[in-house]
Design a protein around this ligand. Sequence first.
Ligand SMILES: [Zn+2]
Length: 141
Amino acid sequence: MSERFFPDGMPAPLADTITLPFWQAAAEHRLVVQRCTGCGHTRLPPAPVCPECRSADADWKQLSGRGEVYTYTVVHRPIAAGQQLPFVIAVITLEGAGGVRMISNVVGASPDELAIGLPVELVWEDMSTELAMPRFRLASR
Ligand SMILES: [Zn+2]
């Protein structure tokens, strides 16, 4: 079991037929993005059709889990009971993902330590045996 960063009362995401492979990989602590097999365009969140070439054919590309802070905000009001404040919501540019960015949290760091462009690395938060959430922590350069 990985470290927990947010309380049990945090709303959990729901998988659907389009996003299920993403969540199944996440449960195995693999971060993946959907990749169009027609043109190679990567996308996150997953979608049924490629926005570049309209192909419905896609596979999943596993990422390194490294990235950098594209932008971020510091939250000072709780959205779930028991939540430790403040916390950071960040947009992370994912390495090897063709420019794809992911909204997540940077954990384990004071908001004062954050800056745009800092390198981050993936850390998994197991919400249950079937649900793991990708979070990020500051990485050494
Ligand atoms: Zn495409």
